[in-house]
Design a protein around this ligand. Structure first.
Ligand code: FAD
Length: 416
């Protein structure tokens, strides 16, 4: 089968790999001059099935109202003037019930766990290195209210069988010794020992190099202007320069641009902006060993080999990639609070990216409902975590092979 994959972010490159490994002839297209130059460029680095949960959760609407008044709030909503934004927010609100939350989480966790296992397999098979670490992740709890909430989360993790550890202060310092410098800020922690970390951009670049060797054709600077249709089915793509490329199937893995490219499908994928900073480590012993997720500010601090990545925040404000200096100041403040001696905050690289989010937090993987067009998009907050599993699931569905997960849970059809 000849397949075109649109988008060379982490989702498109993993899709290309698994398709190629299954015997398809794959052409991977991206408008940018290289892989991982969109949202996969500088995310927070967590491969975290343990945190796989929708943002639409009971209590979030009230928290969101409170956050509207705080300049440092992790979530901000600014009208972008579109009906789509309003409709998307309404759908997200509808997913905040207890029942919807449970259903959506029960879809996200198995995909995330499956994906981590696929990533481990791929890493071993191809000997890929991307500042990866398998040391678990740690949610840092700073006060008794957060400890109580973490106990409730731990009960859910227990029920769904995700290994976890509730830690006291000494336990937190055992896993993240650098926090001893600021022990007064630690009340406890929730550790997820099976989570991993690593640089998503480096992973995507390494895998993109590898798939070329394995026979995938990659065309960078190939801006897909539209899909090509024949008799109502998708038979290829038309590039901005006018070139047409035909195939038996097209996989849309274009992140936030997927909705515009497949306009008739009205994909419920909205760009939710986040920020990160990256700084070189001057004193590695003063840095985290893995990810520390600061529950107070909802910001993740992730150790790469010689760098620290600090990321988080959510702005529902349309396709706006300007960097707000106040957001960068918050990321620097949290870094200085928790790991004051790790690096020089004068040397940070600031970045912003748009998460391709669905209202229920679950990605769209599988048939689109339109002949010839397949979806692998809408991974929102967890695209790095879910990439390998989504790609493997997609390929199994495309080739009619038994899939590891129930197909309906991830299709666009669940919205109809
Ligand atoms: C601040 C922040 C922190 C995050 N932290 C984490 C984390 O810790 N763990 C985690 O699992 N996830 C995290 N995420 C989410 C994760 O980064 C995304 O879900 C993931 O990168 C999405 O990948 P993608 O391949 O779908 O999109 P992208 O990486 O954006 O790739 C889409 C590609 O499509 C290309 N494209 C678009 N339009 C066209 C066109 N017309 N023609 C050709 N090419 C086109 C683009 O150039 C781009 O390369 C974070 C996100 C942000 C913003």
């Amino acid at each position: 089968m000849r397949v075109i994959v649109v988008g060379a972010g982490v989702i498109g490159v993993t899709s290309a790999h698994y398709l190629n490994a299954a015997g398809c002839a794959v052409t991977l297209l991206d408008a940018q001059p290289g892989p991982a130059l969109g949202t996969s460029f500088a995310n927070a680095g967590q491969v975290s099935p343990g945190y796989a949960a929708p943002w639409a959760a009971p209590g979030v609407p009230f928290k969101a109202l409170r956050w509207l008044l705080s300049p440092d709030a992790p979530l901000k909503i600014r009208p972008d003037g579109s009906w789509f934004q309003l409709a998307w927010l309404a759908r997200m609100l509808a997913n905040c019930s207890h029942a919807a939350y449970e259903r959506n989480k029960a879809r996200m966790v198995p995909l995330a766990e499956y994906s981590r296992d696929c990533l481990r397999g791929l890493r071993a098979e191809l000997d890929l290195h991307y500042d990866e670490r398998s040391l678990g992740t740690l949610q840092l709890l700073r006060d008794p209210a957060q400890l109580a909430a973490a106990r409730r989360d731990a009960a859910i993790l227990e029920r769904i069988g995700v290994p976890h550890q509730l830690l006291d202060v000494a336990g937190v310092l055992e896993y993240e010794p650098a926090l001893a410098r600021v022990a007064d800020k630690v009340a406890g922690g929730l550790r997820l020992p099976n989570d991993e970390t690593g640089d998503c951009r480096r992973f995507t670049e390494r895998l993109a190099e590898r798939v070329v060797v394995d026979g995938v054709q990659i065309r960078y600077g190939a801006d897909v202007a539209s899909l090509l249709f024949r008799n109502g089915a998708v038979v290829g793509v038309r590039l901005a320069g006018g070139d047409e490329i035909t195939a038996d199937a097209v996989v849309l893995a274009a992140g936030c641009a997927s909705r515009a490219l497949a306009r008739p499908l009205a994909l419920p994928v909205y760009p939710v902006k986040g920020y990160s900073i990256t700084l070189p480590l001057h004193n590695p012993d003063a840095a985290p060993r893995s990810t520390v997720l600061d529950e107070t500010n909802k910001i993740a601090l992730t150790r790469f080999d010689t760098r620290l990545r600090v990321g988080g925040m959510a702005e529902v404000a349309g396709f706006d990639l300007r960097i707000d200096p106040r957001r960068i100041a918050t990321l620097k403040r949290v870094t200085a609070e928790l790991f004051p001696d790790a690096g020089d905050l004068g040397e940070v690289e600031a970045w912003t990216g748009l998460r391709p989010m669905t209202p229920d937090g679950t990605p769209l993987v599988g048939a689109s409902g339109m002949g010839g067009l397949w979806l692998n998009t809408g991974h929102g907050t967890l695209g790095w975590t879910m990439a390998c599993g989504s790609a493997q699931l997609l390929v199994d569905l495309m080739l009619g092979r038994p899939a590891a997960l129930p197909a309906f849970d991830y299709t666009l059809a669940r919205y109809s």
